[in-house]
Design a protein around this ligand. Structure first.
Ligand code: GDP
Length: 444
């Protein structure tokens, strides 16, 4: 994520880390810089003030000055307070009600409501095994109704028809009745947005809220909106009892400040983050992780999740068992390569890497890496099953045959075998620890 805040803070963090001694006076200097970075990134002033005050109190309260690694300690405090400002931990969706649970989507036009409605439907179907119905109350823009129909289909959910001749309230109530009689678990109601806050729009969504009694009223806001996001959030929070926020377009060139401010001004937790235009580009918002991202530490957790999401659980468990018994072979290596391909290529993982690493891996490098994966697949496919299971039998003449079969020089076969050996060694080390943790995440 190339956000202004991320860049500024990660530069600052590097500076702070390098400081051997941190005194009361340079803590002040650094906090001034942090304050500037936050303001420039459009974090609302009261939020900045509060944030700086909290960091200062902790920094001067012995936690930094005089500690063995003062730089690290200060960065740690900033990280913790960033996360606290955005909410603690992960705020899940509340569906604890008599079904159908109604989710009301609120926000300005273009914020990403319709897209998020479909993303959420998909998320609920896949992650929570729910039966989901969507409906659009946007009777002012027939295109919006059509758009919801299209994306709902992509999500694999059911769409309840509506048309511009109807009243939003009548549409919503009809959808609710249909959801009841057809045993839907969740009904997501997409609403009309305007380009700016508007009395009539607010009254309309208030009426919808009163009639539908949603368990979740989610305010959808574009992270790229900066200060405007804060004002919009305030207006919506004043009109509706918001239960959560969805921050969209976090993948874009967001200045990052919105994430910090909206929670503070609405008091509602950020529940989801929109991270791509695609239907699966929705993640539970994790404040800790986002704080790390803002500080430029990269998003290793998300990376692991994305990697494992594309991996078939059974396959992964089989693999874990194999690794445990020391039987990880080239067949498995091939399987891994195929899983990598399923994940949708390497480029989509780029965002998740720490900024420094991501900068190193340019576009050219990525397409080379993807070609490399295909070549490896070719090489393993040119081996006999016996060779894949017992790579140690692959000597010179076999290597030549495999190389010819895959259409690559013999050196590449050597390189692949070497890489495989290294991977095997890493896998052995991961035996009890890393891999099993990954499995647990998958299972939970
Ligand atoms: P609505 O008017 O609030 O319903 O907004 P839409 O759902 O139509 O979204 C407006 C635009 O933002 C569309 O082009 C979406 O594809 C795009 N969009 C929505 N969410 C995201 C996101 O998380 N990331 C990116 N990159 N684009 C998004």
């Amino acid at each position: 994520m190339a956000s202004a805040l991320t860049e500024k803070l990660s530069r600052l963090v590097k500076e702070i880390r390098g400081q051997a001694r941190i005194t009361e006076s340079n803590v002040q200097d650094m906090l001034r810089e942090v304050r500037m970075a936050l303001l420039e990134a459009d974090v609302a002033l009261p939020v900045v003030r509060d944030f700086i005050a909290r960091v200062k109190e902790k920094a001067l309260g012995q936690e930094v000055v005089g500690s063995l690694t003062p730089g690290q300690a200060l960065v740690g405090i900033i990280h913790k307070e960033l996360a606290a400002t955005m909410g603690a931990g992960v705020a899940d969706l509340n569906l604890a009600t008599q079904p159908p649970a109604v989710i009301l989507m609120a926000g300005l036009q273009g914020a990403g409501k319709t897209t998020t409605t479909a993303k959420l439907a998909k998320w609920l179907i896949e992650r929570r095994k729910k039966k989901v119905l969507t409906v659009s109350g946007d009777v002012y823009r027939p295109a919006a109704i059509e758009q919801l129909k299209t994306v709902t289909r992509q999500a694999g959910a059911e769409w309840f028809p509506s048309s511009p001749e109807q009243q939003p309230l009548a549409i919503a109530l009809a959808a609710l009745a249909y959801a009841r009689t057809h045993y839907f678990d969740v009904l997501i109601v997409d609403t009309a947005g305007r380009l700016a806050i508007d009395e009539a729009m607010m009254r309309e969504i208030q009426a919808l809220h009163a009639a539908l009694k949603p368990v979740e009223t989610l305010f959808v806001v574009d992270a790229m909106q900066g200060q405007d996001a804060v004002n919009t959030a305030k207006a919506f929070a004043a009109a509706l009892p918001l239960t959560g926020i969805v921050l969209t377009k976090l993948d874009g060139d967001a200045r990052g400040g919105a994430a910090l401010s909206v929670r503070a001004v609405t008091g509602a937790p950020i529940k989801f983050a929109g991270v791509s235009e695609k239907i699966d580009g929705l993640e539970l918002f994790d404040a800790e992780r986002h704080a790390g991202r803002v500080l430029g530490m990269g998003d290793i957790v998300a990376l692991v999740e994305q990697v494992t999401a594309g991996v078939d659980l059974q396959q992964a468990q089989k693999l874990a068992a194999k690794v445990k018994s020391g039987g990880f072979d080239l067949e498995d290596f091939l399987e891994q390569i195929r899983q990598m391909k399923k994940m949708g290529g390497l480029s989509s993982l780029l965002d998740k890497l720490p900024t420094q690493l991501a900068a190193k891996a340019g576009e050219a490098d990525l397409s080379r890496a993807e070609k490399d994966i295909r070549r490896k697949e070719g090489i393993i496919c040119a081996m006999t099953p016996e060779e894949r299971r017992r790579p140690e039998i692959i000597k010179a003449s076999r290597k030549r045959r495999i190389a010819a079969g895959a259409g690559v020089p013999v050196q590449e076969v050597n390189r692949l075998l070497k890489e495989f050996e290294q991977m095997q060694a890493v896998m052995k080390k991961m035996k009890g620890g890393g891999l099993m943790k990954m499995m647990k995440r998958l299972g939970g």
